[in-house]
Design a protein around this ligand. Sequence first.
Ligand SMILES: Cc1cc2nc3c(=O)[nH]c(=O)nc-3n(C[C@H](O)[C@H](O)[C@H](O)COP(=O)(O)OP(=O)(O)OC[C@H]3O[C@@H](n4cnc5c(N)ncnc54)[C@H](O)[C@@H]3O)c2cc1C
Length: 397
Amino acid sequence: MKYDVVVVGAGPAGSVTARFAAEQGAKVLIIERRKEIGVPVLCGEGVSRRIDNWGMLEGKRWIASNMEGARIYSPDGTMVKLSADLAGNETGYVIYRDIFDQELARQAAKAGAKIMMNTNAIGLLKDNNKITGVKAKQFDDELDIEADIVVAADGVESKVGQWAGINTRLDPKDLETCCQYTLTNIDCKDAYCDFYLGKKIAPGGYVWVFPKGKDVANVGIGVLANLSEAGMPKKLLDNFIANDPRLKNGNPIRFLAGAVPVAKPVETVRDNLLLVGDAARQVDPITGGGLTHCLEGGKIAGETIGMAVEKQQFDQETLSVYETGWKEAFGKKLKRNYMVKEIVLGFEDKTLNMLADSLKDFKFEEISTLALVKALVLKHPTLLMKLRPLMKISSEV
Ligand SMILES: Cc1cc2nc3c(=O)[nH]c(=O)nc-3n(C[C@H](O)[C@H](O)[C@H](O)COP(=O)(O)OP(=O)(O)OC[C@H]3O[C@@H](n4cnc5c(N)ncnc54)[C@H](O)[C@@H]3O)c2cc1C
C-alpha cells in the first residue's frame, strides 16, 4: 500500500487534515483503531461559535443546543457572566460529538480520502532512519502502509510522535484527569455553560455543566493529575451533583473518563512527519478546549501537505509552513494561556472570590483592558499584587 499521506486517527484533527490534503490532490489514507468514529464520546461537547468561521460542517445535526454565554462561579458562589463571544473555546454550542466527528470524516471522504477502521498503528516504517510510513494491525493482519508523510492525529495518548523521537511526555501538572456524566431529569432551562471553581470543588480544574437540552446536560470535572489521586475526580463530581438542587435528582445516561493535556505544545514537524490536535498538545491550557484548534490547525496542516505533495518535498523545512501557520493562528494564545494557568493555579480560593466580586457587575463588552484592571483593583486593592504577573504577561505576549 502506498499513499502520499497516512493520517493516524480519525478524530477532528485527523479528518480535517485529511480533507484539506485530499482537496489539494494528495492521495490520503486515514487509519482509525476504533470500530466507530467518534464513539465512545470523550468530551464535554462545548465549543465556541468561532467554529462557524471555517465553514467545515454542513447542516446542523451536530448541534445539540445554542448557548447564550458562560457563567463562572467562584468558590463562594459569586457569579460572573460572559457572553458567548467572550467566553473562550468551550461556549457557543453544545454538540453531539459523535455526529460532529463523523461529519468531519464524511467531508474527508468526500474530498477523496480513504478511511480504514479497526486499524491500529503499532509503529513507524523507517528506511535508514527516514520515516517511510506506518506499521499497522487490522484484526490479525499486520500491514505495512508506505507514505511520504505520516500525520500523528492520535490524540492525547499519542504514540506516533514518540516513535519519531519527539518528547511528548506529559508532566502530571500538565494533565487534567476528567470524568463526566450526561444527566437527564434535571433542570437546565438557562442556555448558559456553567463553570465552578475552587480547591475543594476541583483542585487545579473546574466542574462544568453544559446543557444539551432543557432536562439534559453534560456534568463533568477536571482535576490536575498532580493534585489528584485514584477515584478522586468521580468522588468530587458525585459530591457536587448531590449538593446541587438542579442536578441532585438527575439520572445518568452516559459516563466517561478521559484526560486532557494542558501543556505547552510539542515540536510539530520533522522530516516526513506532522503532529496535529491533542497529539501536538494544541489545547487551551486554561479551559482544556481543543476542538477549535483541531479545525484551525488541521486545515493549515492539510494545505501544507498539499503544497509538499505538489513539490514532492517532504523535509522538515518544507513542512514547517504548517508550524509557522498554526503558531501565527493560535500559538500566541496557547503560550499566554499556559503562563496564565501557572499563575492562577497559585491563587487561593480567597483571591478567586475577590476577583469574582470585582467582576460580577462588569460590562466586559464596553470597556478596555485598562478599565478592567482598574475596576478589579478599585474594589479589592490587594488584588493588584496578585495580578501583577498576569498584567506582565498581557504586555509581553
Ligand atoms: C472529558 C473531556 C472533556 C472535553 N471537553 C471538551 C470541550 O467541551 N470542548 C473542547 O473543545 N474540547 C474538549 N475536550 C478536548 C477535546 O476532546 C480534544 O481536544 C479533541 O478530541 C482532540 O481531537 P484530536 O483529533 O486531536 O484527538 P481525538 O479526538 O482524541 O482523536 C484521536 C483519534 O485517534 C485514534 N487513535 C489513537 N491511537 C491510534 C492508533 N495507534 N492507531 C489508529 N488510531 C488511533 C483514536 O481512536 C481517536 O479516534 C475534552 C476532552 C476530554 C477528555
